[in-house]
Write a protein that binds this ligand. Structure first.
Ligand code: FDA
Length: 287
């Protein structure tokens, strides 16, 4: 396990918040914003969900204190399944409100990550429940691979809600999700255009050069300023591209996970790209 963690370390900023903070500071020093993510998902016990809520609140307090001290620029990405969504939605909603009260008080933004399709509707419904109460402090994620997302993009445009658009990282059946990458790209770009035009500060979350170039062309053509959207990438993936985009005047937010529950996240990163698997195999062969 220790060896695997050494490999996962490329994608994970540490096992504790204390270890992750210097990473946030380094990214900020390079002109990048950060989304801090405490790893963990699909919790089945109320005590663990409550502990996750409290840990998220600690992250909120820490970001606010660090912002006061040294101007830290970070928000928080959370998973509702970590706060009891699969146990009882009402219980999860209570936890979410509790967290958002703290986020509003400290002026820290919370993004609800999108997880597997078993909880897509529930995640959107919980978001719609809290968004009117916390419009400046909560946002959502949509996944371009899901066939339902066309409607969900319109739903979020109608709400004028802040959305991160990504391709989608879970294994979903073809009855509900596009499997072909060119189709997913096409959808991603169509949704990006709508979100850039109709929602506040959308996050364009991809490492894909074609999508990055198409977004750049679209905003230039429409005269949309760089302050009206941000690119988002994952910690440890294409750091040079992250730097280049910042140098070219774009906002870049780096999704920075930390915590001991890194296995599912690391597995998704490996599944996404064969280069990541090669990276692991190379390291295995070296020892
Ligand atoms: P992908 O990995 O598909 O790569 C596409 C192309 O990009 C490649 O063919 C290549 O051209 C180029 N490329 C990528 N990496 C490269 C490299 N290292 N070197 C050279 N070229 C490279 N998912 C989810 O389901 N729910 C969520 O809430 C989130 N949240 C999230 C936040 C952020 C900030 C990001 C960036 C991503 C997510 N995701 C996510 C994950 C997302 O859905 C998706 O699985 C990954 O981002 C991978 O898809 P990409 O579009 O990044 O490129």
């Amino acid at each position: 396990m220790k060896f695997s963690y050494r490999l996962a370390r490329r994608f994970v900023a540490g096992e504790t918040l204390k270890e992750a903070l210097p990473v946030v500071k380094q990214l900020n020093a390079k002109g990048m914003r950060v989304a801090l993510d405490l790893l963990g998902e699909y919790v089945g016990h109320r005590e663990i969900a409550d502990a996750a809520r409290d840990a998220y609140i600690t992250v909120v307090h820490t970001i606010a204190a660090e912002r006061e001290k040294n101007g830290m620029d970070a928000n928080v990405s959370i998973k509702l399944s970590m706060m009891g969504q699969k146990i009882d939605e009402a219980f999860c909603l209570d936890n979410l409100r509790h967290l958002l009260d703290s986020a509003k008080e400290r002026d820290v933004f919370i993004r609800l990550d999108m997880e597997g399709s078993d909880i897509t509707e529930s995640t959107l419904a919980l978001f719609e429940e809290v968004y009117p109460e916390y419009p400046d402090h909560v946002g959502i994620v949509l996944q371009a691979y899901l066939k339902r997302t066309e409607q969900d993009v319109r739903r979020m445009c109608d709400l004028n809600a802040p959305v991160r658009i990504c391709k989608g990282a879970y294994k979903e059946p073809k009855s509900i999700a596009y499997q072909d990458m060119s189709e997913i790209r096409e959808r991603f770009m169509a949704y990006t255009k709508l979100l850039v035009l109709h929602t506040p500060n959308p996050g364009i979350a991809t490492h894909d050069d074609r999508l990055i170039s198409a977004t750049r062309e679209f905003v230039t053509e429409k005269g949309i300023s760089n302050d009206q959207f941000e690119f988002q990438m994952l910690y440890g993936i294409r750091p040079e591209t992250q730097k280049q985009l910042v140098a070219q005047g774009y906002h870049m937010r780096v999704y920075t996970p930390y915590g001991t529950e890194w296995v599912p996240y690391f597995t998704r990163r490996l599944r996404e790209r064969k280069e990541n698997v090669w990276f692991v195999l190379r390291n295995l062969l070296r020892t």
